[in-house]
Design a protein around this ligand. Structure first.
Ligand SMILES: Cc1cc2nc3c(=O)[nH]c(=O)nc-3n(C[C@H](O)[C@H](O)[C@H](O)COP(=O)(O)OP(=O)(O)OC[C@H]3O[C@@H](n4cnc5c(N)ncnc54)[C@H](O)[C@@H]3O)c2cc1C
Length: 455
């Protein structure tokens, strides 16, 4: 299989996971240094307490926490390389995010107690990332805290002010409001930037270094991590799950499915018709020249995103390149991907007019997972309390996936389930699931029109 054909094949069309692929050609992989040792391809049968399917943040964090809690043996089975999926392709923002539902809807949707619990869980998720980085001494270039949400149109300024009031008065979070002048003076002097909210919590880091650190941490805690080991069948025999891989069979009392946007739903019954994998793309430019950097006053290390529904997210990297991400095509092929790369470069020109000729030194995409109710789910199969899963981070899963792994491990070790109910419920089914891609195409063009009119 070629890199292009397999990496970007629609997961909804797959019968078996993409497997045996090397790391994708991202800026992160190019700058992460040597990949850590893992336990290699599984070549013999194995019996363990917990088998974890997928070696991204969710799977690695689950394995690390389980091993630390004395549950074992734990084996992570990864079809490609640890960090091959979204965990090695993301925009590098660790934020207190749980899904994509606007805050003003939280009380109405869940009631105030549950809304409070969800907000606390979002902050706890970020804390889980900070803790694991410090406990396992992971050098992942964690930046100082700060996230700027920038009004991309003048019409969006009042919405930002209302959001600030809500965050402060309802959830007690002290966010700063910056008008356009302050934004330009203190962070970056760019286009499509009329005002911003600055969250004091959130930080950028190096995603692949974080994934590599998690591999080391999980293995040092006692878990094994098998790369090149796709699970191609899952069944139950008595008290044990049987996981089929090409060269060995795994028997496990419990299974965690941690495959997120790369899930092959035909393989795993609890996921069927419950996820919508959507492609998100990232471009990384050449480094800014010293003159360009000075002209744009671009010194901030904050995570930045804009107020579009289909938002752009961006930051200045430590070597002064600009990284910017946004939506990918509904059906990726070489021509569609090239169009989307050019659209990201055009967005860079609008947002950073001081950069003379932005080029795509790196460009890639990854499948994030949407859920029907727009929140992640950390749950257990209805008919089998030993089959667990955590996924559906709606494109904001750096902190949530690492936290979900921790919550799953706590649940397995003590039977506790501390997550707010909306998240611990099972994944809801998409109605008319066969038409998910059609619905996505309609929604994306509707949102794009609204975004450009500032609605
Ligand atoms: C372009 C992009 C930008 C993003 N930016 C951000 C951001 O800035 N901030 C943020 O919070 N989130 C971001 N995200 C989302 C975030 O990266 C993900 O939510 C998170 O990494 C999910 O981790 P995961 O471990 O659940 O899944 P993944 O990292 O995708 O890992 C799933 C793994 O499962 C493996 N797998 C699949 N099927 C099988 C099988 N049958 N057997 C064995 N292995 C299997 C795959 O090979 C893959 O490695 C972004 C995502 C993308 C794609």
């Amino acid at each position: 299989m070629s890199d292009q054909a397999s990496t970007y094949t629609d997961p909804l069309a797959l019968r078996l996971p993409v497997h045996g692929e090397e790391a994708p050609k991202t800026y992160w992989h190019a700058t992460a240094g040597t990949a850590p040792y893992d336990d290699g391809v599984l070549t013999q049968d194995l019996t363990c307490e917990v088998a974890v399917i997928g070696g991204g943040y969710t799977g690695l964090s689950s394995a690390y926490q389980l091993a630390r809690l004395g549950i074992g043996p734990v084996a992570v089975l990864e079809a490609n390389r640890p960090g091959w999926g979204c965990s090695g392709r993301n925009g590098s923002f660790a934020r207190p995010a749980i899904g994509r539902i606007p805050y003003e809807e939280w009380d109405r949707r869940w009631g105030s107690d549950t809304a409070d619990a969800m907000f606390s869980e979002a902050l706890a998720a970020l804390q889980s990332v900070r803790e694991i980085i410090s406990e396992a001494a992971i050098d992942c270039e964690a930046m100082p805290e700060g996230w700027l949400k920038v009004a991309h149109r003048p019409e969006k300024v009042s919405a930002l002010q209302a959001e600030r009031a809500l965050l402060q008065e309802r959830f007690g979070l002290d966010v700063d409001y910056l008008d356009g002048e302050r934004l330009a003076a203190e962070h970056v002097r760019g286009g499509e930037a009329y005002a911003a909210l600055r969250w004091p919590v959130s930080f950028a880091m190096h995603p692949v270094k974080l994934a590599y650190g998690l591999v080391n941490a999980a293995r040092e805690a006692g878990a094994s991590v098998h790369s090149g080991t796709p699970v191609i069948g899952l069944s139950k025999e008595g008290a044990y799950h049987r996981l089929t891989t090409p060269a060995g069979e795994v028997r496990a009392r419990r299974v965690i499915i941690a495959t997120n946007g790369y899930s092959v739903e035909k393989l795993f019954t609890p996921l069927r018709n419950r996820l919508l994998p959507v492609l998100s793309n990232v471009v990384v430019t050449q480094p800014l020249t010293a003159e360009e950097k000075a002209e744009g006053n671009f010194h901030t290390t904050d995570c930045i995103s804009d107020t579009r529904k289909m938002l752009y997210y961006y930051r200045r990297l430590p070597d002064d390149r600009i990284m910017l991400g946004g939506k990918g095509p509904v059906r990726p092929g070489p021509a569609a991907m090239a169009r989307h790369r050019d659209a990201l470069l055009a967005a860079i020109s609008r947002k950073f007019p001081f950069m003379k000729n932005p080029c795509a030194d790196y460009f890639w995409g990854g499948w994030v997972a949407l859920t029907f109710d727009s929140i992640p789910h950390v749950s257990t199969a209805e008919d089998d309390r030993t089959l667990h899963y955590a996924m559906g981070y709606i494109g904001s899963g750096v902190s949530c996936s690492i936290h979900a792994g921790r919550r799953l491990a706590e649940h397995i070790s003590g039977g506790r389930q501390e997550l707010p109910v909306p998240m611990s419920r099972g994944l809801p089914k998409y109605p008319f699931a066969a038409f998910r891609r059609v619905g996505q195409a309609i929604a994306m063009s509707w949102f794009a029109r609204k975004d450009e009119r500032g609605l």
